[in-house]
Write a protein that binds this ligand. Structure first.
Ligand code: ADP
Ligand code: MG
Length: 368
């Protein structure tokens, strides 16, 4: 069993005084795949390196498999780590590269052979075992690096942006392979990325970080559908959620929000949630994802800007007052014409997909 628990973990880099991680609390279940995601510099790698034991912990406690590891050496933590800049030994064959951690630990030759071949089968690189790294493609090298981590059969796998050096096509392919890999080696994973698509497709749970602080923890659908603040709402989802100034009106039995001069009724579920969050009438930030805007009569008045055809959808850029918005419009008619720049259009937000945030704190008034 290897749950990983972080309790009130802090990291201050002494030389620079940077508070890289602040009061990080998380319980990762045995065999769970957790992704840390957030912009560059938000503290993902620092947190992962503290779990690995490669970075000293300034405060708090870390447990692996129920055992406190604050003072346990990295090699005694039963973890394997794959980095972005995976270094393979150029003079060694793929077989020897993968088997290296086992040779270091003086495993018997037969056992090394068994484990290396098993890892090579999982990663489908069995026919490459005799090659040297220079005779491999980027994706194949990355598989060798992962193989070297697999053979240890660790309790916990740590991966820090393992795909970010690969081109887009290879990255998509390796992402699919990681999902398969995960099904075959059933162990606890902590995976770091700055890419929200990678986080959404790989994680059982996603930890969204910003400036050393956890902004939200949840399943991909939770963080997408129920973002607890404007940071998460804006970080998850492409194109980004639209944010507009709104005026919330809470009545005795219903609520509405006025955006761009248009009063939009909120549904009963939102009304209850607003009350539960202690929301009051007044200024709010209104949020709606581009794909939850419909271009049809009776909505918020907007002025079309350029449109981008992406294939089956049209990204319509527009202005509501001074604010820039995007609407993703499904095109199902062959003759559908994008609106010409400058023409007035009307955008209707899908009622149940509306988000309302406190304009000062950025906190959701519906979720969290
Ligand atoms: N060795 C270090 N010494 C001083 N500051 C560091 C060191 N490593 C990282 N930092 C700082 O800590 C913060 C978090 O960095 P990091 O954990 O690498 O972020 P991420 O992996 O999310 O990009 C950043 O402000 C970074 O500049
Ligand atoms: Mg990093």
């Amino acid at each position: 069993m290897a749950e990983v628990t972080l309790k009130h973990v802090w990291k201050v880099y002494k030389d620079s005084g940077v508070e890289a991680v602040k009061d990080f609390n998380l319980e990762i279940k045995d065999k769970e795949f957790v992704v840390f995601v957030g912009p560059s510099g938000c503290g993902k790698s620092t947190t992962l390196r503290m779990v690995a034991g490669l970075e000293e912990i300034s405060g708090g406690e870390i447990f692996i498999g129920g055992k406190k590891v604050n003072n346990v050496q990295p090699k005694d933590r039963d973890i394997s780590m794959v980095f972005q800049n995976y270094a393979l030994y150029p003079h060694m064959s793929v077989f020897d590269n993968i088997g290296f951690p086992l040779r270091m630990r003086h495993f018997p030759r037969a056992e090394i052979k068994r484990r290396v071949e098993e890892a090579a089968d999982i990663l489908e690189i069995r026919d490459l075992l005799k090659r040297k790294p220079k005779a491999l493609s980027g994706g194949q090298r990355q598989r060798v690096a992962i193989g070297r981590a697999i053979v240890r059969e660790p309790q916990v796998f740590l991966m820090d942006e393992p795909l970010s050096n690969l081109d887009a096509k290879l990255r998509n392919q390796m992402r699919t392979e990681l999902i398969k890999l995960r099904e075959r080696i059933n162990t606890t994973f902590i995976y770091v990325t700055h890419d929200q698509t990678e986080a959404m497709t790989l994680g059982d749970r996603i930890v969204i970080m910003h400036d050393g602080v956890i902004m939200q923890v949840g399943s991909p659908s939770e963080v997408f559908n129920k973002p607890e603040n404007t940071f998460v709402a804006g970080f998850i989802g492409m194109p980004q959620m639209n944010f507009l100034d709104g005026e919330l009106k809470i009545g005795a039995e219903s609520a509405s929000v006025t955006v761009g001069g248009k009063e939009i009724a909120l549904n009963a579920d939102h009304f209850e949630r607003l009350k539960a969050h202690g929301a009051r009438s007044g200024r709010v930030t209104f949020g709606i994802r581009p794909e939850h805007f419909e271009m049809k009569e009776g909505g918020i008045a907007a002025k079309a800007d350029v449109s981008e055809l992406t294939g089956s959808t049209l990204n319509v850029h527009a202005k509501i007052g001074e604010a820039d918005v995007v609407a993703v419009v499904q095109i199902d008619e062959d003759d559908a014409e994008p609106p010409k720049p400058g023409t007035p259009i009307s955008l209707v937000p899908e009622q149940k997909r509306i988000h309302i945030f406190d304009p000062d704190t950025g906190k959701s008034l519906l979720y969290g």
